[in-house]
Design a protein around this ligand. Structure first.
Ligand code: ADP
Length: 265
């Protein structure tokens, strides 16, 4: 469903992505994790065919995203739900128009079906009362939630979210993560990828974590395994952000018993 094979990319002779390879199969949910500036957004842009790699192969939904024509890429992107951190809503459209725009263009739903779906989506993001509002009347967190509802409105087979919760308070972050879970579906056919610099968000979102450091994949495995068996950098990066949390929350997150014993007793 998603293939990156030996992808490299430089900006002004500075290597940003170095030999990145990974595959994501239908039904998989994956977190792309790494410190700010490690190359996560660039990976997503290359994957979506928005910026070309210098070397390597990129496939999205079986389409070659390097060699294909712009038109073919657009046809593919229409099947993808995307929400970028700055991926703003259309300012001149109300919330309902923003959400229905995607459905009118990409699905064969009737007006009534679209209207019912908007009700359902706004109920999930707990923003029922914003239906007739314009983006400038909403807070940053509310706009982010609407952006994600819009990305998921068409039940895409692939959903991609770049830093969906950065800069948001914990309560809003939780609502957004639950939303992506609920709307992104867990069926065998759809895949979702979330990029984040937060270890907590990454492990709450997915079991499989692809860890990026300075433009390279340093680990790609179950985070529980990496926490206990990763190399020193991997263990340090993951555990540094987790050992300060309260023990009840550590258990809720499902941190391995061995790890909890090591750090909390
Ligand atoms: P992340 O999403 O992990 O924070 P990015 O992919 O945004 O990382 O950026 C990785 C590196 O590439 C950063 O050092 C950034 O400054 C650089 N970079 C990103 N886009 C460009 C660009 N268009 N031109 C030059 N440098 C860029």
């Amino acid at each position: 469903m998603i293939v990156l094979d030996a992808v490299s990319k430089s900006y002004d002779n500075t290597p940003i992505l170095k030999n990145i390879s990974f595959k994501i199969a239908p039904g998989e949910r994956v977190s792309l994790l790494g410190p700010g500036g490690c190359g996560k957004s660039t990976i997503l842009k290359v994957l979506l065919g928005l910026t070309p790699p210098d070397h390597g192969k990129v496939e999205l939904l079986d389409r070659d995203m390097v060699e294909s024509s712009e038109e073919d890429k657009i046809v593919t992107l229409q099947k993808v739900g995307m929400a970028f951190q700055q991926g703003a809503l259309f300012d001149f459209m109300t919330v309902e128009e923003n959400i229905s725009f995607a459905m009118e263009n990409m699905t064969k739903m009737s007006k009534d079906e679209i209207s019912a779906k908007i009700d359902e989506l706004l109920a999930i993001v707990k923003l029922e009362r914003t239906r007739k509002m314009f983006p400038h009347e909403l807070s940053g967190g509310m706009k982010r939630r609407i952006g994600i509802a819009r990305a998921l409105a068409t039940s895409p087979v692939v959903s991609i979210f770049d830093e969906p919760t950065s800069g948001l308070d914990p309560v809003t972050s939780t609502i957004i993560l639950n939303m992506i879970h609920e709307l992104g579906g867990e069926d065998e056919k759809s895949a979702s990828l979330v990029s984040t610099s937060s270890v907590e968000i990454a492990i709450r979102f997915a079991e499989r974590v692809i860890l990026i450091k300075q433009g390279e994949v340093v680990a790609d495995d179950s985070w529980k395994k990496l926490l206990l068996e990763g190399n020193e950098w991997v263990k340090h990066f993951l555990s540094l952000r987790l050992i300060g949390i309260d023990i009840a929350y550590a258990k809720e997150l499902g941190l391995p018993e061995e790890f909890i014993k090591l750090h909390w007793h």
